[in-house]
Ligand binder design. Structure first.
Ligand code: C2E
Ligand code: CA
Ligand code: CA
Length: 773
């Protein structure tokens, strides 16, 4: 009903107090009214007795007067002689003196003298009988149909001659006189009935509403008893009925004394009023007091309630602890709880936005930062791939590899306050910065790369780390996630193109929906002549002749034009279509070799075999079958960094290839992080140094050293060495002095169709130019 605690408390207190006051008032009222009733009853009884006394007094006074007259000689004479005039004058005289209403005589024969109107016979006879039995009789009688208090005295002359009767009318004036004589303001009236009829007030008074009740009341009163309560037209009264003696006749009369209860209660009214006032004052004081108390009690609770709601809305809240009572302690507990919730929230938010291994911000945090980024220039997202991260991690363990990532992030961020760095994939850091244009973005990325030129210290050891970077501009309207994805794709594109930095190339990437159709188009192309193989010569530096060629797939799509292998090979690997592609290339290679053989050129043909196929036993069986049946001389190039799901199976298969006369070449050596142990495990015949090293041979001292030591290392393991990416005569000369076995590159020969290779091999100019280098 009441939703506020404060109102509830006030209503409860005020209600209880009001109830108590009401009970108190009721008790006081009943006590007072009963007391008043008792007092009035007592007073009435006392007054009744006083009336009796007064009545007697008056009666004896009149009696005296009557006796005096009855004994008067002259009067007796007049009665005896029936001297009416004298009798009347004597009666009148005494009547006036005693202040009486009537005075008359009744002679022994029953004749009446002194009354203006004669008394009716029956009543006269009744009076005579009463006087005859008691000459000094007194009582109520009717004269002219009006009740009178009559008193008689005998007239003896000397024998009984008659009676003197004096009468006082029981009228309103008489009653008023009686009332005046009482100590309390009571009302007197005479009630009368004839021959057991109904009681009626003799002077026509109209105070009694209910005649039957009045009758019952008076009847009950005829036996002597207490005063009782009675309803009248003027309200409740306390009344006492006193029977009056009757003088002859069969009528009955009572004197009814009554006193209004309201009057009895009047003296107590101030007390009752005081009780009511005190009660009202008390209730208002209790209301005010409990209101104040409830306010004081509920204020901290209201504050707590408000704070809890704010907390639910996620606001930072704390409530003041003002007291040391339960509420104070509750406030304290609330604050502790709120603080703990906040701390937990912070932890959760931190976990949600940070990478668990490095505690660097994660991809989600990066996206949020990009969404909020603003300032001069455009927002650039750089996906920085740590080169050879998986190999590093394999060598130094996960914990140190994560520490390495952290250190790289720290170094990138040092002195670059605006830089936001997050970990977006296992080996990729996402970096956000602002740049005016693409060139500035590239320059800044290069600067970031350079800060890893110095090795990174991890405990007592140091590690050489390098970054390949993919860049994407955050275009307004793009989602931050899309931009991060594009940066990642740009990184893949950079790696595929063997570049250190690349911007996202939307054309090369195409759109994902198109990419999916790309592979199915590729599969179709395999069967309908859309694909072909190019052969790139491998030049033997010692024999100074082309002794082999690498088969490279080419795809000309009618809509897309030439599609670079870097784009569709990866896609074919990921969509599981690399097997049919490789089968097809192998078939073409075997056929090309036969063509070359037929022309007198005995070349080992190298076929690239994806890491995905290295542990594929079906592929191995089929490939060995195809090669064996053709008696072909085939070499499998396996990329050093290839992801092989099942290395044990792969190693076993490599042994099977060797047994089948298929040589194994480790491709792209240097782009990964192969350990010596790994190289030893693979029973390979050849090592191909990655073209990035070879292409920078002339400029970089460091790369030259690396290439040289790689050649020595490979030789010590009994491997031949092919240098890829030989683009210049200088590079070829350097490689020759280093003792490299074979060279493959644009300088020694571009990838070309078989027919072109045939004429290439026939051209003596080309071979002599190479011999001179
Ligand atoms: P790869 O096996 O390292 O092949 C050598 C790549 O270097 C070829 O690119 C070739 O055109 C390029 N190249 C040769 N000489 C030079 C040079 O002097 N300078 C420069 N800058 N580049 C040179 P291509 O044909 O675009 O092939 C790219 C990659 O695609 C290959 O790299 C290989 O991993 C993959 N690939 C090509 N054909 C096949 C195939 O039939 N099967 C599989 N699994 N992979 C293939
Ligand atoms: Ca290759
Ligand atoms: Ca290669």
């Amino acid at each position: 009903m009441f939703t506020r605690l404060q109102t509830k408390l006030v209503v409860l207190f005020a209600g209880l107090f009001g109830l108590a006051i009401l009970l108190c008032g009721a008790v006081v009222y009943t006590e007072v009214s009963e007391n008043a009733g008792r007092t009035v009853r007592r007073e009435l009884l006392a007054s009744g007795e006083v009336f009796d006394r007064l009545w007697e007094l008056r009666s004896s006074q009149i009696q005296d007067g009557a006796s005096l007259l009855a004994r008067d000689f002259g009067f007796r004479e007049a009665v005896a002689t029936r001297d009416d005039a004298t009798i009347r004058s004597a009666l009148d005289n005494l009547r006036a003196r005693l202040d009486l209403h009537r005075a008359f005589i009744m002679d022994i024969d029953g004749a009446i003298t002194g009354l203006d109107t004669p008394m009716d016979e029956a009543r006269a006879a009744a009076l005579w009988m009463a006087l005859d039995s008691d000459p000094n009789a007194a009582g109520v009688t009717l004269i002219d149909n009006e009740p009178y208090q009559a008193i008689a005295a005998p007239i003896l002359s000397p024998t009984l001659a008659g009676w003197v009767v004096f009468a006082v009318r029981l009228d309103a004036a008489e009653m008023a006189m009686l009332e005046k004589l009482s100590a309390i303001p009571l009302q007197a009236s005479v009630l009368r009935r004839e021959a057991q009829g109904a009681w009626t007030p003799v002077n026509g008074e109209d105070a009694f509403a209910d005649a039957r009740r009045l009758n019952r009341f008076v009847d009950a009163m005829l036996k002597p008893g207490e005063a009782r309560e009675l309803d009248t037209r003027d309200g409740r009264v306390i009344a006492l009925a006193k029977p009056l003696h009757e003088l002859g006749g069969d009528g009955q009369s009572v004197l009814l004394l009554r006193y209004p209860l309201a009057l009895a209660l009047a003296p107590y009214r101030p007390i009752l009023l005081a009780v009511v006032l005190v009660g009202l004052l008390g209730v208002s004081l209790v209301v005010a007091g409990s209101w104040a108390l409830a306010r004081q009690l509920t204020r901290p609770i209201i504050a707590l309630d408000a704070a809890a709601q704010q907390l639910a809305r996620g606001a930072e809240v704390s409530v003041p602890v003002e007291t040391r009572d339960e509420i104070g302690r509750l406030a304290g507990s609330f604050n502790t709880m709120a603080a703990e919730i906040r701390a937990r929230e912070r932890t959760i938010t931190h976990l949600a936005l940070h990478d668990a291994e490095t505690d660097l911000p994660n991809r989600v945090a990066l996206a949020q930062f990009i969404a909020a980024a603003s300032g001069d220039g455009a927002t650039v997202v750089a996906a920085m791939g740590v080169d050879r991260f998986h190999q590093v991690r394999g060598a130094i363990g996960y914990a140190l590899a994560n520490a390495l990532l952290r250190k790289i992030a720290l170094r990138l961020g040092a002195d670059r306050p605006g830089l936001y760095i997050a970990r977006v994939a296992t080996s990729i850091l996402g970096v956000v910065y602002r740049a005016a244009d693409g060139e500035e973005a590239m320059r800044f990325a290069a600067a970031l790369q350079e800060c890893l030129n110095a090795p990174i210290r991890l405990g007592d050891d140091s590690i050489d780390a390098s970054l390949t970077i993919g860049l994407a501009f955050h275009e307004p309207g793009d989602s931050p996630e899309t931009t991060v994805d594009r940066a990642g794709i740009a990184l893949d594109q950079a790696r595929a193109a063997r570049r250190k930095i690349a911007r996202f190339d939307a054309d090369a990437y195409g759109d994902p929906a198109r990419n999916l159709s790309l592979t199915s188009d590729l599969m179709a192309a395999l069967g309908n002549g859309g694909t072909s193989i190019f052969l790139q010569p491998k030049y033997d530096l010692r024999r100074r002749s082309v002794t082999g060629a690498e088969a490279l797939v080419r795809w000309r799509d009618p809509r897309r034009g030439m599609v670079p292998p870097d784009l569709f090979i990866g896609m074919a690997e990921q969509t599981g279509h690399i097997r049919p592609l490789t089968d097809w290339v192998l078939g073409e290679a075997v056929a090309a070799q036969a063509t070359l053989r037929a022309a007198g050129h005995d070349l080992t043909i190298a076929v690239n075999v994806s890491g995905r196929l290295m542990d594929d036993e079906d592929f191995a069986r089929d490939a060995i079958g195809v090669i064996g049946r053709a008696g072909a001389d085939i070499c499998f190039e396996i990329t050093e960094t290839a992801v092989i799901d099942n290395p044990d199976v792969a190693l076993r298969l490599i042994d099977r290839y060797a047994a089948a006369g298929i040589s194994i070449s480790i491709d792209d050596y240097g782009s990964g992080l192969s350990s010596l142990a790994y190289l030893k495990q693979i029973h390979a015949n050849e090592l191909k140094i990655d073209k990035t090293f070879v292409m920078s041979l002339a400029q970089g001292h460091r790369d030259a050293l690396l290439v040289k030591s790689t050649i020595d290392l490979a030789h010590s393991l009994g491997l031949k060495v092919t240098a890829e990416g030989v683009e210049t005569a200088e590079a070829l000369a350097v490689l020759q002095t280093m003792g490299c076995d074979l060279a493959q590159g644009y300088f020694t020969g571009r990838p070309m169709p078989v027919a072109d290779l045939l004429s290439f091999l026939r051209t003596p100019d080309r071979s002599s130019a190479l011999s001179q280098a």
